[in-house]
Design a protein around this ligand. Structure first.
Ligand SMILES: NC(=O)c1ccc[n+]([C@@H]2O[C@H](COP(=O)([O-])OP(=O)(O)OC[C@H]3O[C@@H](n4cnc5c(N)ncnc54)[C@H](OP(=O)(O)O)[C@@H]3O)[C@@H](O)[C@H]2O)c1
Length: 308
């Protein structure tokens, strides 16, 4: 159960900054954590949330004085923190407070943390240049960015798979060449000759269908951690088709240089308007449960945020 409680604001430790949160990102995996369906079970009670954007209001001893008053985005997860973001204040190691360009708003900035980095690093992990790629949940937070970044990275064709006409229309507007509604039966046949790469961020029974849309010799990049459901027989059939299966986990790929470079690139693209951040809804902090409900009932497109 998610509900709001009053807690004292954290005091920044040496080397930390205190950030007044203007936007806290909500991610789909947090709905799984809340339901006890994620790989790692949290110790309760907990404050969910692994990413925020806001203004530095105070400094701990030794923290860079130049950061006072700065507009920053904070990927708490990259600082080894799996919680604490759904809050009015966050104290964090100053090395994880990334300055925002003037034209990038707080709500857009949080979309570029877990979701932007996931989209960006998925493409680095399995580059799409010249290939036909299939993006699952293409209207979602990760998916809407992945469609755009795959086009920028030179994908030959982008097939968007999602549920419902609105999400597919969104994906087409963002640059997908083809849209397939995977809530309708028989959708793999609509993928034509098949995809060279499937970016599977959904998992479960939809992986099987996605695999039916994968060309011989193609690659399934599996990012829906904890929701892998292919049978040994289906894996054997992949081998018979010379197909490969590749895992994707964001955190182990995020060294300090990759984090800084990737965020700088994403922030610049979004600030210049070359990358569109799709707004999926803003909720008050005390309405976090409603935000979760909207995400898990598949009603949202793009990024869902909490605004304290
Ligand atoms: N491996 C990693 O390191 C990593 C990192 C970040 C995120 N991820 C994964 O990437 C995926 C996207 O994350 P996100 O935060 O951007 O979420 P999101 O795409 O904004 O929302 C999740 C989407 O999943 C689709 N979906 C399919 N089956 C569903 C079901 N049974 N219940 C609810 N939704 C369902 C829905 O889109 P449709 O209605 O179009 O089906 C829904 O909108 C998540 O699965 C997340 O776990 C993985």
């Amino acid at each position: 159960m998610l509900h709001a409680v009053d807690m004292p604001a954290p005091v920044p430790a040496p080397g930390e900054v205190l950030v007044r949160v203007h936007a806290a990102g909500v991610n789909f995996f947090e709905t799984l954590v809340r339901q006890g369906r994620y790989a790692e079970a949290p110790v309760l009670p907990m404050v969910p949330g692994v990413e925020v954007a806001g203004v530095v209001e105070a400094l701990g001893p030794g923290a860079d004085a130049g950061l006072l008053g700065a507009r920053v985005a904070v990927p708490l997860f990259a600082a080894g923190r799996g919680a604490g973001g759904y809050a009015q204040y966050v104290a964090v190691d100053a090395a994880f407070a990334f300055r925002l360009p003037g034209r990038l708003g707080f709500e857009d900035a949080v979309a570029l943390l877990v979701q932007g980095l996931t989209a960006s690093l998925l493409l680095r992990h399995s580059p799409p240049a010249g290939k036909t790629v299939l993006v699952m949940a293409a209207g979602g937070g990760v998916g809407s960015l992945l469609v755009q970044l795959a086009r920028r990275a030179g994908a030959g064709a982008v097939i968007a798979a999602a549920s419902g006409a609105d999400k597919l229309a969104l994906a087409r507007r963002l640059g997908a060449h083809v849209g397939i509604d995977y809530s309708e039966g028989g959708w793999p046949r609509q993928a034509g000759a098949g995809a060279d790469i499937v970016y599977d961020t959904v998992g479960g029974t939809l992986t099987q269908a996605a695999l039916d849309a994968l060309a011989p010799g193609g690659e399934l990049v599996f990012a829906a951690l904890g929701r892998f459901a292919l049978s040994p027989a289906r894996l054997e059939a992949m081998l018979m088709d010379n197909q490969s299966l590749k895992g994707f986990a964001l955190l182990p790929l995020l060294d300090a240089a990759t984090l800084a470079e990737s965020l700088a690139s994403l922030f610049a693209l979004a600030a210049s308007g070359e990358l569109e951040v799709v707004r999926g809804g803003s909720f008050a902090l005390e309405d976090a449960a409603q935000a979760h409900h909207a995400l898990e009932s598949r009603r949202t497109s793009g990024k869902v945020v909490l605004v304290p």
